[in-house]
Ligand binder design. Structure first.
Ligand SMILES: Nc1nc2c(ncn2[C@@H]2O[C@H](COP(=O)(O)OP(=O)(O)OP(=O)(O)O)[C@@H](O)[C@H]2O)c(=O)[nH]1
Ligand SMILES: [Mg+2]
Length: 459
């Protein structure tokens, strides 16, 4: 284990929480705590993983600052693998800050953002992809993205990368042997091996990169766009799904003139939902720009909610719009069914055989639940996301995997076109090193500092 100085920081979110925790990590942490914490037992005599009741006393003035619980976790069974003392205060933010000041005055240094996790990494408790997942975990907004980050913390990505590296090392070993004993037919075998193993590795990385799309979805939400002619009820639906009055709803066609975005969550699945200006030909300059934006939003969408007013005849604009949704997961919403009906469901299914039609009345709150069900079903069945389970969600990981894929493609290409095995071996080794960067094997100080500085204090 590497020796560091002792660091401290407030580990809980700042604000009016009921408990504030100050985390102290390093070889002096027990000594420092003993100098300011009065309780029945000295911490240095206490067992590891025990909780102690007592008071924090300012050593200068002798004042009691707060009544606290102190948790002791001795090295190596702690988050950083160092001795950790956690002081659980309950006096509100001013008191928590004061206790931190006292800890710092007694010999600890204020931790930099992410420094606890950095130590966990440097002391070998977690790999780099896990450390970065902790960042995502802190930032993740929804249940699902939290689960994804958790999976990564548990080391899913790391273990897949390690397996892949192992395969590349075996391949390299095989090539080295061939280079050392260069009989002709053995070289043929090596080349065939490179083509086979190399192609497999490329496929594997490709799969992880496809999963990255799912990762993006989980962090930012499924890009969902509500489109349809003016006045069909799009903004009403946005309001119903987000349970707000975010969008203005009137009976005047052309009410929404620009796109409107809202982050919502349907059964734990994050949606970045976009309400658009109703699509129609218009002379109004502002509305025309809005319609243009609606069309762009449609192009970028992961999921399309296409809304029709069932109390009006199907128009050419509807047919045209319907054509434009081809190739995208689309739910067709037949709205205003509380009014006399002019569109039949089977007219639509004839026009768009693959689309699913949901009958609804946003006004009466009918069909919303069915819509939520279908969104969930599409998402879970992989209709929206990529098939591959999500492992990769971090921009640095994605960039490295793409680099590694290119390097392997080069290696395979070189082997195919009869380059020397020495050269191919170098290229495979490069790919192996790139993979190593994902999990933090052989990474430079700069990169580490950059990664860990993204953390908030106390992690
Ligand atoms: N009867 C009935 N009226 C509805 C229903 N849903 C929406 N409306 C009404 O239809 C009108 C238009 O609703 P909006 O939500 O503004 O429609 P929009 O599609 O956003 O319209 P634009 O922004 O102009 O494109 C409003 O008067 C709503 O109250 C419904 O299910 N039944
Ligand atoms: Mg609207």
């Amino acid at each position: 284990m590497i020796e560091f100085d002792t660091i401290a920081a407030i580990a809980t979110a700042l604000g009016e929480g009921s408990v504030g925790i100050i985390r102290v990590s390093g070889s002096d942490s027990v000594h420092i705590a003993d100098s300011i914490f009065k309780s029945k037992k000295r911490l240095r005599e206490a067992e590891t993983h025990t909780l102690h009741y007592g008071h924090i006393v300012d050593p200068d003035s002798g004042d009691v600052v707060d009544e606290v619980l102190v948790a002791l976790m001795r090295s190596p069974r702690s988050y950083t693998k160092e001795d950790i003392v956690e002081i659980h205060c309950h006096g509100g933010i001013v008191v928590v800050q004061r206790v931190l000041q006292i800890v710092l005055a007694s010999g600890a240094r204020l931790a930099e953002p992410g420094e606890f996790t950095k130590r966990a990494f440097l002391n070998g408790r977690i790999d780099l992809s896990q450390a970065e997942a902790v960042i995502d975990l802190i930032r993740s907004k929804t249940d699902s993205s939290m689960k994804l980050a958790l999976k990564q913390v548990e080391g899913y990505l790391g273990s897949r990368i390690r397996q892949l590296r192992q395969k590349l090392i075996e391949l390299l070993a095989h090539i080295e042997v061939t280079i050392d004993y260069p009989e002709h037919d053995v070289e043929d075998v090596a080349v065939r091996n490179i083509l086979k193993q190399g192609t497999e590795a490329i496929k594997e990385i490709q799969g992880m990169l496809e999963g990255a799309r799912t990762g993006r979805i989980l962090r930012e939400g499924i890009r969902t766009v509500i489109i349809g002619k003016p006045n069909v009820g799009k903004s009403s639906l946005l309001n119903a799904l987000s349970k707000t009055d975010r969008a203005i709803v009137t009976d005047i066609p052309g009410t929404t003139r620009d796109i409107l975005e809202e982050q919502i969550s349907i059964r734990g699945i994050p949606l970045q939902i976009v309400d658009t200006a109703g699509i129609r030909e218009t002379e109004d300059v502002v509305e025309r720009i809005g319609v243009e934006r609606s069309r762009n939003a449609l192009e970028e969408a992961d999921l399309v909610l296409f809304m029709l007013d069932a109390s009006r005849e199907l128009a050419d604009t509807d047919r045209e719009l319907l054509r434009q949704t081809k190739g995208k997961p689309t739910l067709i919403l037949l709205n205003k069914l509380d009014l006399p009906r002019k569109i039949l469901t089977h007219t639509i299914t004839e026009l768009a055989p693959d689309a699913l039609v949901i009958e609804m009345s946003v006004k009466k709150g009918q069909g919303i639940e069915r819509l939520e069900q279908e969104v969930e079903r599409l998402f879970l069945s992989g209709g929206i996301e990529g098939k591959e389970a999500a492992y990769v969600s971090n921009a640095r990981h994605i960039a490295l995997l793409e680099k590694c894929k290119r390097q392997l493609e080069e290696a395979v290409h070189s082997a195919e076109s009869g380059m020397t095995l020495d050269l191919v071996a170098v290229e495979i080794r490069d790919a192996w090193e790139t993979l190593g960067e994902v999990i933090g094997e052989a990474v430079g100080e700069d990169l580490l500092d950059q990664i860990f500085s993204q953390f908030c204090l106390g992690k």
